[in-house]
Write a protein that binds this ligand. Structure first.
Ligand SMILES: [Zn+2]
Length: 130
């Protein structure tokens, strides 16, 4: 029987890919924050005259953009936490092991869903039980 654990080498390559994703998310978050800061400052520093000249439609678009930015930021923050959890799993040795049947979760799935804690079969069974 094959050992129900990923080799150190495999774990190292998972770790590398997760860290690369974390890097991307960090950059995205920085960009979003910068945009939001910029938008907020822009509105706050507007003189009375320019407030009058702003069309309602423009103002609407601005707040829509901001809302979209916050929404995106929340999603990215969640993803960030999720990737961090995956790294913790690598550290404590539970990464890639199904929490129910204790079988190894296929590599492709772990690459796609690094935070997965169940294999596809167990996930399907779970759905049927609900
Ligand atoms: Zn399973």
């Amino acid at each position: 029987m094959p050992p129900k654990k990923y080799s150190k080498k495999k774990l190292a390559s998972f770790k590398k890919s997760i860290e690369a994703k974390l890097d991307d998310v960090e950059h995205d978050l920085d960009d979003i924050k910068e945009n939001l800061d910029h938008n907020t400052r822009g509105t706050a520093s507007m003189s009375q005259d320019s407030v009058y000249s702003v069309h309602m439609a423009d103002a609407g678009t601005d707040s829509y953009e901001r809302e979209k930015g916050y929404h995106f930021m929340n999603r990215e923050t969640d993803y960030y936490k999720y990737l961090t959890k995956a790294l913790e799993r690598i550290a404590d040795g539970t990464f890639g092991i199904c929490g129910i049947c204790e079988e190894l979760i296929p590599e492709e799935r772990m690459m796609e869903v690094p935070n997965a804690t169940k294999c596809v079969q167990c996930k399907e069974n779970d759905k049927l039980n609900i």
